[in-house]
Design a protein around this ligand. Structure first.
Ligand code: FES
Ligand code: FES
Length: 176
């Protein structure tokens, strides 16, 4: 019925107050209401990962969740990870390794990639690493498995894997 509900989101460190139809997805809130169009809409139903953002530090398909469910949450989009002058290490690694062609999937790939390194650091296992009693070696298989929710129509996968392996090393070196 179009009833508007107030919702406050902390987007890239800035508190944003919105009045949203309860049916508005987090993706549409970001793109249509906050004009943060770095986050992409591919399938709009959880199949492609183009809409991946970080919600309280964890990755989420923003097309699959309603904005009003996340009052008070901290959202990081690709715009909040780095700037052209000061790229996030994951963004810099994607540039170095040509981890994209058309670039449409790239914001989602990069947000997902950042979360993957955090998941590994936190000891969250994947199907590849069922046993986390020893430190995780970031193999290409491990990266592919953890990134399997992010589809690239251009097939830039091998460069994405290279970029992530590189960023993992840098991330550790930088202690982040
Ligand atoms: Fe959300 Fe495809 S647009 S998963
Ligand atoms: Fe084109 Fe991934 S770079 S879809």
């Amino acid at each position: 019925n179009g009833a508007a509900f107030p919702v406050a989101l902390v987007v890239n460190g800035q508190r944003r107050e919105l009045d949203l139809d309860t049916r508005t997805t987090l993706l549409d809130a970001l793109r249509e209401h906050l004009h943060l169009t770095g986050t992409k809409k591919g399938c709009d139903h959880g199949q492609c990962g183009a809409c991946t953002v970080l919600l309280d530090g964890r990755r989420i398909n923003s097309c699959l969740t309603l904005a009003v469910m996340h009052d008070g949450a901290a959202i990081t989009t690709i715009e909040g990870l780095g700037t052209p002058e000061n790229l996030h290490p994951m963004q810099a690694a994607f540039v170095r390794h040509d981890g994209y062609q058309c670039g449409y999937c790239t914001p989602g790939q990069i947000c997902s990639g950042v979360a993957v390194l955090d998941e590994i650091k936190a000891g969250i296992p994947s199907h590849v690493t069922a046993d986390l009693t020893s430190p995780v070696a970031l193999s290409a298989d491990e990266i592919r498995e953890r990134m399997s929710g992010n589809i690239c129509r251009c097939g830039a996968y091998s460069n994405i894997v290279d970029a992530m392996a590189d960023a993992a090393g840098m991330t550790d070196a930088a202690g982040r």
